[in-house]
Design a protein around this ligand. Sequence first.
Ligand code: BDR
Ligand code: CA
Length: 311
Amino acid sequence: PHKIIIDTDPGQDDAVAILLALASPEIEVLGIVAVAGNVPLSLTSLNTRKIVELAGRTDIPVFAGCDRPLVRDLVTAEHVHGKTGLDGTDLPDPTMPLQPQDGVDFIIETLRREPAGTVTLVPIGPLTNIAMAFRRAPDIAARVQQIVLMGGAYFEVGNITPAAEFNIHVDPEAAAEVFAAGVPLVVMPLDVTHKALTSRDWVDRMRDLPNRCGPAVAGWTDFFERFDTAKYGSLGAPLHDPCTIAWLLEPDLFQGREINVEIETEGRWTTGMTVADWWRVSGRPANALFLRDVDRDALFDLISDRIARLP
Ligand code: BDR
Ligand code: CA
């Protein structure tokens, strides 16, 4: 199986990504690290444990990483995710503890312990923890198998500013360091995730599953949908973060190009923009597989099939 570390700021769509990973035998989750993003770290680290407990997987260690971006003040997104970061389904307070080890140190230790080239990082929030790990331990970048991340946008431009997607915008310095680290990158931008929209029918199917995870997913996506419907006028909630896990499971569902992607950190209007050289006009070497399309129906079949296997 793919050995992965999930780095996350739950987040309703983060929650679905975590459940999808935990439901999939092709994936071994070595640990989950929370980061500040959609809501502050105190909440993302709490929400992560609630989700893991919902899945009945208290054997998965959960860590807290950085509580703020490398150099900027934290920007949060309660307007999208609600006050708790996970509005829409109420879950009990977790009984499992947070691991005492710092989440960034867990990333470093795991990459040094496991054979080189066997651990995939899956960041689905701001890239602060990953950049911090590479700063503290420059030797580990060469040991990462690949980074499969949700972030950025090109044709779809921005969701938090006109030019930038949230995860990259919150910590552009971290993103710039990660994109320059020389690690193979797989990038799920809004171009893909705004095509991964829930349908009424699918949410109803989730709600009717005879387990507890299905109805939880229905509650979250229902909540999430309200925001996007108001903003974009589209029906359905975008399941951004689950696209990363789905790519590990079924890469053929997605299409994209190997291109150069640079992160804008100094723009007057464009800070956090992913400058994606889709037409290969820069001559700069490719550093990412930048995805653009997804087989939407197959994606949702995959997710519902897996969520049905959970408690
Ligand atoms: C990203 O930002 C967060 O709000 C979502 O969880 C996703 O990771 C989408 O821009
Ligand atoms: Ca997220």
